[in-house]
Design a protein around this ligand. Sequence first.
Ligand code: ADP
Ligand code: MG
Length: 703
Amino acid sequence: MSPPAASSPKAPPAAAGLPQKSSAQKALDKLGLRRDIDLALHLPLRYEDETRITRLADARDGDTVQIEAQVTHSELVFRPRRQLRVTVDDGSDTCVLRFINFYPSHQKALSVGARVRVRGEIRGGFAGREMVHPGFKAAGGDLPAAFTPVYPTVAGLPQAYLRKAVLSGLARADLSETLPPDYLNKNLPQPLSSLREALQFLHNPTPDVMLATLEDRSHPAWQRLKAEELLAQQLSQLQARRVRAAMRAPALTRQVMAGTQCTLHEQLLERLPFRLTAAQQRVGSEIDADLQKNIPMHRLLQGDVGSGKTVVAALAAARCMDAGWQCALMAPTEILAEQHFRKLISWLEPLGIQTAWLTGSQKAKERREALAMIESGAAGLVVGTHAVIQDKVVFKNLALAIIDEQHRFGVAQRLALRSKMTQGGEEPHLLMMTATPIPRTLAMSYYADLDVSTIDELPPGRTPIVTKVVADARRDEVVERIRGQLAEGRQVYWVCPLIEESESVDLINATQTLEALTAALPGTQVGLLHSRMPPLEKKAVMALFTSGQLGVLVSTTVIEVGVDVPNASLMVIEHAERFGLSQLHQLRGRVGRGAAASACVLLYSTGEAPRLGETARARLKAMVDTQDGFEIARRDLEIRGPGEFLGARQSGAPLLRFADLATDSALLAWARVLAPVMLDRYADLAHRHILRWLGGRAEFLKA
Ligand code: ADP
Ligand code: MG
């Protein structure tokens, strides 16, 4: 899913006269393999053992083995479907080779009497042991001396080409030592080998090694690579932190506004219709402490959906305006931004604060006025979408930028925000908010460059949401449930499936749902919200739902459902198996905002597959089991692994390719200790190390 209509720069037309890159070259580029060192660090995913021939009698079910045997039988069968079945015998045992797709040439090469070398996974089948679609060639010929590496690749880049490129990159790359000699063995379970040895080994492992230690990456050569990678990541983040610590930001100290006895901050607190939770107070003072320093804040405020981040943001904004500076709040979609805007003006305008609203869809005149207010400083607070970081926007004195759902903004946008707002050598403070928390240990170890504040309790009085997983076939019962809610004067969300990249198909789906629900619920207004609608139309539909005129809102987009309608008490998610866990959790957070008991129905389809996949089932189960965003994040991490987990949240954060934060905690601890030492005492080595590992991506680390 891509963010909505952002200002995505178009790629420039290809320069004329430059030599055309071959498709393999382009594929290497796509993999990010540009420098020799990048090639050398492109490591095999796995290895195939073609170094030896296994006797069939010695092979266990589930092993991937290479055998040499003679074809004793070959036949075409047509049930259950057309296939080629070939029986081979190696003197110790027999085995059936089964092919569904095959050419006449295969049939010929596998005719009775032929001696073949076959490689594949051996399985116990109905009719004895078999291999399905094994690789094969004529028997005889040399056996390779080393395991055959299998590299991660993309279409258009054959293994053989890639391997050649990797090996020549390895031969040319500068692999000189970057680790200070006294740290090679310090605080590590085992001494590290040199990078050169490790790489040479991993690209050409000798057959005397246990393949298992390569596959599970416990081999010393892998340890070296993982240690290097973790160190590069810690170094770059620590460096970024130090660079920022050397920058200056306005220190936002408390000032009483002219003509009043107390600060805006105090007045706002006073006027809130509720008391802050203990967690809100705690994160509030963490933020306050940062804002009073003359070093730019770089803080992530995480808290579950509904935990009350907005008021914390408003208090930070008040702190900023109290000191006489401007504050900007940016949200990824117009609906989210507008929701913030309304809430903030309802809190701040009575206190005499002017707020400017900036969005891509507003009228030219309105926009001009907003820009003028921002430039003159009349507007203390600016709220909007990406429009806030466009070139024409000039702030008088911006000191605090708040980004909601920051992971939905790309790295380039975050960079633009920072650079645009730097004035007179001073950077603004940055507060990023997210409702998809990163587990604490992961955050602390991984984001050495980020301070994290966590709201870990919900405001009192929320009723738990009952979550049910229901087969699509029982849709009628769900409609019955909707009737029940409507009869009680409640409202309902129905979220339609997200089908990859195909918004038109999504739309057809949603329209059908809209029609079906309209027919099934006479007397109820059912509305439709989809991503292709112009912003004004979206706004109009949302307004109808917020005011209660629509009983049911059918929506195709996850993003646009970032709304606060306390009267909504039922959320139906169609094809829930297609959503990610954090998305499901976010969606569910749209109900249960009022006092009424709320429910979430996860409809799953058994149409295409006979049963739900394992991970889909794990996701749905997690949703039923818990409503705690942190527990959800923990399960998500478990289901997906840290690489993907973080990848989905932090576009641009350097992902770990080799190390695993869960299993490599000893190496991580080593890297965390070493990184500051290296920056202080071995700056040269540190620089070379970062360059080696992060090379061209370094600029992204600043975002
Ligand atoms: P989120 O963290 O998801 O952005 P919001 O800031 O939108 O959550 O808050 C959710 C709702 O809870 C809002 O209606 C907000 O006014 C209300 N709220 C926030 N803090 C408290 C509190 N301490 N006590 C009661 N209600 C609160
Ligand atoms: Mg929010």
